[in-house]
Design a protein around this ligand. Structure first.
Ligand code: FAD
Length: 389
């Protein structure tokens, strides 16, 4: 039992449903999908849509449930404990770019994209990073020019795009004016089947297998003006909405840490050395206690940020505290889990190495812990720190 589950859980019913789906439907397949780098099947995405998992935090008028964000996070956590590619579908729809469209888009855009995303018929990926613009996102050079006929022409290359080549729609952060830095940046919604959209080779990532990753290339792609989500100067608003994705990301890390801890608790009670179970050794108890403290601290920071957000935007300081803590916790706890599993932890069979590989990916995605630390101090002191001077 998780310590925080000893308190009444308002989301017990949906947590139980997600846990059952994760254990019975995805756990038996997750290791093989990871080993073969199999993309999460589209029919499974539709199944998650049928269950209502892709619209928990999206409004009812688009087919969602209109529930608080924390309910979506509970589902993401349960799926992610067994199968991150399954959880990724709920993450993208509830906390990712679809949520940004919900919060910042026009009514016409919400009606055009959200119902099919909630059903799992289509999915939307976010394209911010570029080969020369990672942490320094405002160095991006992807550019959209508006012509007299009311069409944008989009050119540029986006890198590390999760679900790149798989998603049917992309939320593309791009320069929309000649103003330097963040001032010239806004976002366009771009369908994958527009002429001029192409994809690079699939990346062979250390983890995140089952979630495709590729460059997304825009070569004179014509995008109608009605696909403009937010114009130049909207960068701050875009990143405020993106903070919800960071809570989804923190949830992935929490799930990874919790899963590693749960498996370790079982293992150290069964594995015998020197004639007794590992748990009888005091240093094993100390290590286990450290793991529990680490996971629980991340859970409380995440839940605080999510609870305070309700159905709106989270507090940026609370988000960065949650993300940094959860990301680093997952790396540490999976490492300790591997240690306590001995040689077995180093095999694919026990699933610990898969958790460890994925923990590193979630720490990089959505802004590194180092960049989150800068944000933490910035929010705390109410001032910016210019990284260029
Ligand atoms: C698994 C995975 C999934 C991803 N999914 C997406 C996606 O769907 N869409 C998308 O747009 N992007 C995605 N990304 C990209 C991700 O957002 C970037 O990798 C991340 O922001 C870091 O950028 P970078 O890789 O260019 O590293 P860099 O920015 O080059 O950073 C390298 C190192 O330098 C440090 N560093 C950089 N600047 C500073 C500074 N000012 N002070 C101190 N240290 C600094 C960083 O913390 C890091 O440790 C994904 C990445 C991964 C690995």
């Amino acid at each position: 039992m998780q310590p925080s589950e000893s308190a009444p859980d308002a989301y017990r019913e949906i947590r139980e449903l997600a846990r059952t789906v994760a254990r019975e439907r995805y756990a038996p397949k997750a290791a093989a999908w990871d080993a073969a780098r199999t993309r999460f099947p589209k029919q499974e995405r539709a199944y998650l849509g049928e269950l209502g998992f892709l619209g928990i935090a999206l409004p009812e008028r688009y087919g969602g449930s209109g529930s608080p964000l924390i309910e979506a996070l509970v589902v993401i956590e349960e799926l992610a404990k067994e199968c991150r590619p399954a959880a990724f579908q709920a993450f993208e729809a509830n906390t990712g770019p679809a949520q940004v469209v919900n919060l910042l888009g026009t009514e016409q855009q919400r009606e055009r994209y959200l119902p099919s995303i909630v059903k799992g018929e289509r999915t939307m990926a976010v394209a911010i990073s570029e080969p020369d613009a990672g942490s320094a996102a405002t160095d991006m050079t992807t550019r959209a020019k508006l012509s007299a006929n009311g069409t944008y022409t989009l050119n540029g290359t986006k890198r590390w795009i999760s679900n790149g080549g798989e998603a049917e729609i992309y939320l593309v952060y791009t320069r929309l004016s000649d103003e330097p830095g963040s001032k010239g940046i806004g976002a366009l919604i771009v369908e994958a089947d527009r002429p001029g959209v192409s994809f690079g080779a699939q990346e062979r990532l250390m983890g995140f297998r089952g979630i495709p990753s590729a460059d997304v290339i825009f070569d004179d792609v014509e995008v109608p003006e009605e696909n403009l989500l937010i114009g130049a100067g909207g960068f701050r608003r875009l990143f405020s909405a993106f903070s919800i994705e960071r809570l989804g990301n923190s949830t992935m890390s929490l799930a990874i840490g919790q899963a590693a801890l749960d498996r370790t608790i079982e293992y150290v009670q069964q594995r015998m050395q020197f004639g007794k179970p590992l748990i009888e050794f005091q240093s094993v108890q100390m290590t286990l206690a450290d793991m529990v403290m680490d996971v629980e601290a991340a859970r409380q920071l995440l839940y605080r940020a999510a609870r305070n957000a309700g159905t709106g935007l989270p507090n940026p300081l609370e988000v960065s505290l949650a993300k940094t803590t959860a990301n680093e916790m997952a790396k540490r706890v999976t490492d300790l889990a591997m240690q306590l599993h001995g040689g077995n932890g180093y095999t694919e069979e026990y699933g610990i190495e898969r958790l460890h590989r994925d923990s590193h990916g979630w720490a990089l995605a959505g802004g590194t812990p180092t960049m989150q630390r800068i944000r933490i101090v910035s929010e705390l002191l109410g001032r910016g720190f210019d990284q260029r001077r």
